[in-house]
Design a protein around this ligand. Sequence first.
Ligand code: HEC
Ligand code: HEC
Ligand code: HEC
Ligand code: HEC
Ligand code: HEC
Length: 292
Amino acid sequence: MAQIFDRSSNALARMSLILTGLLIIALGLTLDELQRSPWVTRQGQRADQPVPFSHKHHVEGLGLQCQYCHTTVEDSSYAGIPPTKTCMNCHSQIWTDAQILQPVRTSWETGKSITWTRVHDLPDFVFFNHEIHVNKGIGCSTCHGRVDEMPIMYAQNSLQMEWCLNCHRNPAKNLRPTSEIYNMAWKAASELHPVWCAAETVNSGTPTAESVTCTEKRPQAGVQMADLSPPAGLHPQTVGTALRSEDTAPALLPAGLGYTKFTSQEALGLFLIQHYKIRPPRELSSCEVCHR
Ligand code: HEC
Ligand code: HEC
Ligand code: HEC
Ligand code: HEC
Ligand code: HEC
């Protein structure tokens, strides 16, 4: 071969190989970038809906709870989209002539459901389940954002693998008491926003093995203090009467349960990980959890 291809053509071949390689990498990076772009993930985009349904009006304005419409979110993998009947509970009496509600009335008359455009839609090869997240202390707003402030629904987060893993690798920072799941304005525990929790050993029937009672208002008696120093969070020490001088209204919860005061999200997260029996990060981020 050496007679046919001299040194210079060798260099040329090598050069073109490198160039092709670079081109492939560039193409790969562009596709990868594209794949993550909001253009593909539709993150933040307002979908065209047959009826401009406003969560802001119905949740913030009228004070409706998420479960009123998304009835199955706590006990099935799907949150579910409400049937027309749910709308007609009110709209058979309110705004009965409004043009924008015509598709709702037509659906009611014909029995054909409204065809909502999906905003969140994972690929079929990904396993997702609302029940477990909601029952283990992940609030709607952690994944869907401030739905109560959305006139038109959009995806707050990308729902890409990295986003899921980012939490599965360190769930503590996102955990809240299950009683606060629907609280759109929930803030992580901090010095300024302390949270008191007490664990009962009663089995509540939900996937959480123990029932935890938490409150954002200082309980009346039996408060303990979570000490963050080693190893983060799980060594309560009684504070006694020191807290009684605080002028926040005491919560109406059974006193004497032995409440622990949490002034950091890390400490609260670790406490909830223990009581909600959440798997260690390594297990929770293994491929089989989401790809079965
Ligand atoms: C009065 C009924 C009603 C209430 C109350 C309600 N929703 Fe909805 N929700 C709907 C309807 C209808 C849709 C489908 C149309 C749309 O996307 O806006 C929807 C869509 C959604 C979607 C997007 C679904 C998709 O296509 O991916 C999310 C997320 C959602 N709701 C979360 C919530 C949360 C969180 C709450 C409580 C803060 C809530 N909803 C309260 C009726 C309701
Ligand atoms: C609990 C009663 C109730 C239910 C249930 C309800 N609505 Fe409404 N809806 C209202 C009221 C009250 C208004 C007027 C709000 C205003 O003007 O502030 C309204 C207003 C609207 C409007 C006008 C635009 C706006 O947001 O102001 C649309 C569109 C609408 N609703 C769609 C729906 C759909 C679709 C459903 C079912 C998924 C539904 N509503 C369920 C009470 C309800
Ligand atoms: C851990 C993140 C997470 C939490 C917490 C969460 N969701 Fe979702 N939600 C998702 C994902 C992901 C999808 C898309 C599911 C799919 O495509 O199969 C979704 C889809 C939905 C839908 C569309 C219909 C459906 O069932 O797929 C509604 C409605 C919804 N969520 C409401 C809620 C409500 C209400 C809460 C709080 C009680 C909540 N979600 C909590 C991640 C979450
Ligand atoms: C904000 C935190 C958070 C986000 C975001 C999140 N998860 Fe989870 N996920 C959890 C927690 C906590 C658990 C419960 C783990 C346990 O019980 O050991 C869980 C459990 C699961 C399980 C186990 C279900 C079972 O029955 O074993 C699946 C599957 C899952 N998540 C899929 C997803 C997917 C897919 C996404 C992204 C679309 C996602 N999760 C996003 C926190 C999160
Ligand atoms: C917490 C849930 C979760 C875990 C754990 C997880 N994945 Fe994924 N994976 C997803 C989601 C969600 C998508 C879809 C992303 C999208 O829509 O672009 C995905 C997509 C993929 C894809 C398709 C290409 C892509 O990037 O979109 C491959 C391949 C994949 N995952 C492999 C793996 C492997 C290998 C592991 C274990 C190391 C793993 N996944 C662990 C949630 C998960």
